[in-house]
Design a protein around this ligand. Sequence first.
Ligand SMILES: Nc1nc2c(ncn2[C@@H]2O[C@H](COP(=O)(O)OP(=O)(O)O)[C@@H](O)[C@H]2O)c(=O)[nH]1
Ligand SMILES: [Mg+2]
Length: 198
Amino acid sequence: MSFDVLFPISILGTSNVGKTSLILRYVDYTFESERKISFQVDFRTKDIEIEKKTIRLQIWDTAGLEEHQSQPTDALFRKGEAFILVFDLTNEKSLQELQDILAKIDDIAKVDPLIIFVGNKSDLPNQIESPEEHLKKIHKKDELNFFKTSAKTGDQVSEMFEFVAKGLYQIEKKKSEKKGENNNVIDLKPVEIKKGCC
Ligand SMILES: Nc1nc2c(ncn2[C@@H]2O[C@H](COP(=O)(O)OP(=O)(O)O)[C@@H](O)[C@H]2O)c(=O)[nH]1
Ligand SMILES: [Mg+2]
C-alpha cells in the first residue's frame, strides 16, 4: 500500500508505563494485562487519512532498551519527528524521570520536535495530583500537549495518536508553504527509510 508521507514517531518513557501497550492498543486493538517485561515491538505502522493524504505513522517502541541501559540510544532520539513521552499516572517517579529524557531530546533531536506528554493507566485509582503542574516546570514552552490515556480501555489512545499525526502534518504543510509551493496543494514526499541505519 502506498502512502503520501511517512512520519517517524518515538515513544519514550521509563519501563512499565505502558509504551508497548499503547502501540498495540492503537495498531492492533488489543491489550494484555500480563505482559512480560521483555516484550517489545520494534516499530509498528498505521495509516490514517488527513485532507485526502495517506499519512503513515511509523511508531518506534523503545524496545525494552530501558531495561538494559540507563538511557535509550541516541538513534532512537534522532529518528523521531515527534516524541510521545509516557509516564504512569499512578507512579510519580515515572513522571520525574521524563526530565532526563527531555534533556536528551533537547541535546540531540531535531530542532523543535513535536512533544506530547501522556499520562497512561487512567483506568487505575490513586493517581498523581495535577501532573500538569510538574510538566509545566520541566517543559518550559508556551504550549503543553498532554493526554491522559488508558491502553487497557482504549480511552484517548487513538485521539492522542491522531493529534500527533495532525500536528506533524501541519508542521510539514507549513514547511512546504515556506518553500513557496502552491498554498493549496501540498506536495508531501515519502521519506526514504534506510534499513539498518540510524
Ligand atoms: N491498568 C492498566 N495497565 C496498563 C495500562 N497500560 C499498560 N498496562 C500494564 O502495565 C504493564 C507494562 O506495560 P508495557 O506496555 O509492557 O510497558 P512498557 O515497559 O512501557 O512498554 C503491563 O502489565 C500492562 O498490561 C493501562 O492503561 N492500564
Ligand atoms: Mg515495552
